[in-house]
Design a binder for this molecule. Structure first.
Ligand code: MG
Length: 221
């Protein structure tokens, strides 16, 4: 007999960068440096202005890409290819503990990222956890209306044919969890980027997510 659980969780949406691997790996520092290089050498923004512009874009839009599209109409695919031209294997390796944890989580797993599919595939393959994820929702999928734009979350829910109450979202940025919470998702903040009312649970590392999920689905074991 199938037992009833409330709410009826179906999906876990995982952010990719600095959620599935630790920020100390340094991968995003290098990608951040490449974003600045792109702004300076490809877009022509003066080197002195690029860092402040990047910060402004991040605050205003959530990503530099979105700001560069708005202000300079850059080609998003070209930007994505350039900034992610980095080998994740130079920063971290396979993660058997992550593989083990994901295998034990009973819900359907999705990557929900502001990066692109190519970078996501490289990261997931390096960690050796790719088979656990049935879909990668990337910046292209959401027409570059990336997190924390509410449109990104609506698009994700539409694709998954689920409402927010059926989802648990895991991200290392509290600001990305605000629209998720507004849509009824249960939210888990990974790492220590601060807390907000949008955060249901705050955990130090991705490996602590398992305990929270077990708490949320107590009768599934
Ligand atoms: Mg992240």
């Amino acid at each position: 007999m199938k037992r009833i659980r409330m709410p009826h969780y179906q999906f876990i949406l995982f952010d990719l960068d600095e959620t599935l691997y630790p920020s100390e790996s340094g991968l995003m520092d290098v990608i951040g440096e490449r974003i600045l290089q792109y702004m300076i050498h490809k877009v022509g923004i003066p080197a002195d202005d690029a860092p402040s512009k990047r910060r402004l874009y991040f605050q205003k839009y959530g990503t530099s890409l979105r700001g560069l599209i708005e202000d300079f109409r850059i080609d998003p695919a070209d930007f994505m290819q350039f900034v992610h031209d980095v080998n994740p294997a130079d920063f971290f390796g396979a993660s058997p503990p992550l593989d083990h944890m994901l295998a034990g989580l009973p819900l359907r797993k999705i990557v929900f990222t502001n990066s692109d599919v190519a970078h996501s595939e490289r990261v997931l393959n390096t960690l050796q956890v790719r088979p656990h994820f049935e879909m990668i929702i990337d910046a292209h999928t959401v027409n570059f209306k990336t997190k924390p734009d509410p449109l990104a979350y609506h698009r994700a829910l539409e694709l998954l044919e689920v409402d927010g109450f059926g989802c648990i979202m895991v991200d290392d940025k509290a600001r990305n969890l605000i629209p998720a919470k507004d849509l009824g998702m249960t939210t888990i903040l990974v790492g220590s980027n601060g807390v907000s009312s949008a955060v249901d649970f705050s955990v130090p590392t991705i490996f602590h997510v398992e305990g929270i999920i077990r708490q949320l689905l107590p009768i599934e074991r």
